[in-house]
Ligand binder design. Structure first.
Ligand code: GLY
Ligand code: MN
Ligand code: MN
Length: 442
């Protein structure tokens, strides 16, 4: 199906949900702006612009200061900020989209040449809520600014992806897979972190800030820094964690692969193989009705078994879990919702009413980003890892259980950093769809 048809259905679904959200909160109108860019402190430079995600959920129009006005039963009003300007390029809709945008028919369009004109077109709708960061303008228009419960209701709904969103996510995956193949090839040819990053961005065909997030290209020991964003220039790594994704119409892919050079330590290579098997098993376990925290716990069970089988930890799975031996090797959560935001919203909600779904007690759940029960149409990452992180291992090295670890082996493997393997999965009524493996099989 073409994107226009998919978007028409997506918008219809979105508007029906917004109508429910407004009714549940006794509101008549929802106003969402694409937002203002952040200007660095004491500077006249802006951070790269990211739209209010809720605006993007309804409308693919890029750029700041546009405003959507949604009223039940009416075609949504889109006020497009379109100033005449000689400092920054301002293009017509047709020139940006190479013709009439596929989404345009869904909206009543007003082109506004100034911010004043934008908000004049919005007017002062009564009993209305506003989402976005242009809060002074919204308050002046008498709008209720970013109400928490309405936001939670909308966040909850964002977990269920439409066919249009899936198409965007899949296209982002196709680009991400292309970038990964280029990055892997560069690594195996001895390239530096900086060169690998450039190979990835070039294959995707975008600027750095247009990637899904700051790329993680970690050679050797840097793999043990979970969000390592520096780019060193020395070459010929033994291991690489490449955690990078692309964006299509602001929908993100988030893919990680761990690659080893032919000269890499054989015990580390075996660990990567074990992690690959374990990751695929976890992917196969994605099914409706399963609380994500249970799959996260399964991850710790499997990592405990891998640590025991590799001789790194000298304890049974049960003892490892009881004494927290897996935590220093895997301090992050199994995954997160994926969509317009890489760590997509609503993961800690128990329902659209905004109640909180607390994780089970225990440190293994501390960084888990979603506690929701899996349901069809959710898209999540499955990203188990195993790292050698000195600051987390130190208390065990110095503690009462030190004898349960092979420190000689840990010291041998620590310069190789760690392992993470990450795919993006769609929950369905039946077997899950692994969007990543469809385009990047390994
Ligand atoms: N790339 C960040 C993450 O995997 O969550
Ligand atoms: Mn991720
Ligand atoms: Mn990632």
């Amino acid at each position: 199906m073409d994107l226009k048809t998919l978007f028409t259905a997506h918008l219809r679904e979105r508007l029906a949900y917004a109508e429910k959200a407004l009714a549940a909160h006794a509101l008549d109108t929802l106003v969402i702006s694409s937002g203002a860019a952040y200007t660095h402190f004491a500077d006249d430079q802006d951070a790269p612009f990211r739209p209010t995600p809720h605006f993007r959920h309804y409308c693919p129009l890029m750029g700041p200061h546009h405003v959507l006005v949604l009223r039940p039963g009416q075609k949504p009003l889109l006020v497009r900020y379109a100033p005449e300007d000689f400092w920054y390029e301002q293009l017509s809709l047709e020139s940006i989209w190479g013709g009439v945008p596929f989404w345009l028919e869904g909206f009543e369009l007003i082109e506004a040449p100034s911010l004043e004109a934008v908000w004049e077109a919005v007017g002062k709708p009564g009993n209305a809520a506003y989402l976005g960061n242009e809060t002074d303008r919204a308050e002046a228009a008498g709008l209720a600014v970013n109400p928490i419960h309405l936001t939670a209701f909308l966040d909850w709904g964002r977990a269920y992806k439409s066919a249009y969103e899936l198409q965007c996510l899949e296209e982002a995956t196709v680009l991400g897979a292309k970038g990964h193949l280029a990055g892997r090839q560069a690594f195996l040819a001895g390239a530096s972190e900086l060169e690998i990053h450039h190979a990835f961005a070039q294959a995707v065909g975008c600027l750095d800030h247009e990637l899904a997030f700051a790329s993680i290209v970690a050679l050797n020991e840097k793999g043990a820094t979970l969000h390592y964003e520096n780019k060193r220039s020395h070459k010929n790594g033994e291991t690489m964690i490449l955690d990078c994704g692309a964006r299509v119409l602001d929908y993100a892919s988030d893919i990680t692969r761990t690659v080893t050079a032919p000269t890499c330590n054989a015990r580390f290579v075996a660990l990567v193989k074990g992690m690959e098997k374990l990751q695929l098993e976890l992917c196969a376990g994605v099914k409706p009705g399963l609380p994500f925290s249970q799959l996260h716990h399964q991850t710790h069970v499997k990592v405990a078994a891998l640590l025991e089988a590799s001789g790194i930890v000298k304890a049974s799975v049960d003892e490892s879990l009881a004494k927290g031996f897996t935590f220093p090797f895997l301090p992050h959560g199994l995954g997160h919702h994926l969509g317009i935001q890489v760590h997509d919203v609503g993961g800690k909600l128990a329902g659209p009413d905004g109640t909180f779904q607390a994780p089970p007690p225990g440190q293994e759940y501390r960084s888990l980003r979603t506690t929701r029960t899996l349901e069809p149409r959710q898209v999540l990452t499955i990203e188990p890892g195993l790292y050698f992180i000195p600051m987390l291992l130190r208390p065990f090295r110095e503690g009462e259980h030190a004898g349960r670890f092979d420190w000689k082996l840990i010291d041998e493997l620590s310069p190789l950093g760690g392992i993470r393997i990450e795919d993006n999965l769609l929950v369905t009524e039946g077997a899950p769809r692994n969007l990543t493996r469809e385009h990047l099989p390994n």
